[in-house]
Ligand binder design. Structure first.
Ligand code: PDD
Length: 284
């Protein structure tokens, strides 16, 4: 079951006009919210990032936080699986094709898919990544549905048999095609600072919070391209992939070529944090 413009319907019956501005212009924003044991994870943070994205494209929020929470609860309820990935999508609505904003209601779409944990093979061996120049626009902090650059960038990884493309802008690391990137240098966990050049990841925040709470030495600062190539460890984070070790970059091993100790520690802390959340132990 999905939610479309006020109604819950089976996905096969859901239809959107070809004039929808999401279809015509990619004019909309989205969110992906992981749900563990039927409890949305970091929901407040996802909804506040949604608000930031809506503000960024000057589209008013069609629902209050309470209404979003209720709609998400209903979608989770109406779909199978304890762990789900809830996708929210809002476009500027249906109107005759014209770049100027129309005076119409937005299109609101919510769906849920089963959320599978990263496979054991990937956790034990890590994944491969490649680098590419970040040729996206300069509002990467907006979670826009117009993902053509990200799609093209991710395909570079897929064509190379890798799991992610890590982007470099003006000599500095920004993020992955659909993930945030951390590195380890001299046993210090390093993360690029939030800016218009990257999406402020919810998982990124969780990892930095866990590092702070567990006295893991970490620093948020610009990461130069050459530091990426000499890193002891590289990790990627996202709501659907959680935290994964990148053990090969452009065909060369990262550090020992195996998931490192920082990854192992952060992965374990992340699983513990998730388990607390599933027991209802955090404030959501
Ligand atoms: N993408 N950067 C980009 C460009 C992303 O698309 C994502 C996530 C992230 C990680 O953000 P978070 O930790 O909040 O998931 C960073 C989602 C999962 C997607 O598009 O499917």
């Amino acid at each position: 079951m999905i939610f479309l413009n006020g109604q819950f319907v089976p996905i096969e019956q859901a239809c959107v006009s070809v004039l929808d501005r999401g279809f015509i212009f990619g004019d909309g924003v989205y969110e992906v919210i992981p749900v563990y044991s039927r409890r949305p994870f970091r929901l407040t943070e996802h909804l506040s990032r949604l608000q930031h994205s809506l503000d960024g494209i000057r589209l008013s929020n069609p629902y209050t936080v309470e209404q979003w929470c209720e709609l998400i609860a209903q979608i989770v309820e109406q779909n199978d699986g304890e762990d789900q990935s809830v996708y929210l999508h809002i476009t500027r609505g249906v109107a005759k094709r014209d770049h100027a904003f129309p005076d119409v209601s937005p299109t609101v779409f919510i769906m849920s898919n089963p959320l599978l944990p990263p496979s054991k093979v990937f956790l034990e061996a890590g994944v491969a990544a490649v680098t590419a120049s970040d040729n996206r626009w300069v509002r990467c902090d907006i979670k826009a549905i117009s993902l053509l650059p990200n799609v093209l960038l991710r395909q570079i990884a897929v064509d190379a048999g890798a799991a992610e493309t890590i982007m470099i802008r003006d000599g500095y690391l920004t993020e992955g095609a659909a993930s945030n990137i951390f590195i380890v240098q001299d046993q210090v966990l390093l993360a690029p600072p939030k800016s218009h050049y990257m999406l402020p990841g919810i998982t990124y925040d969780v990892v930095l919070e866990l590092a702070a709470e567990n006295h893991i030495i970490h620093e948020v600062r610009e990461i130069a391209e050459d530091e990426l190539f000499t890193a002891e460890e590289i990790m990627l984070t996202s709501s659907t992939r959680e935290i994964m070790a990148v053990t090969s970059l452009n065909g060369q091993p990262v550090g020992t070529g195996h998931p490192g100790t920082m990854f192992t520690q952060l992965h374990q802390l992340y699983q513990q944090y998730k388990a607390t959340h599933m027991r209802g132990g955090d404030d959501e």
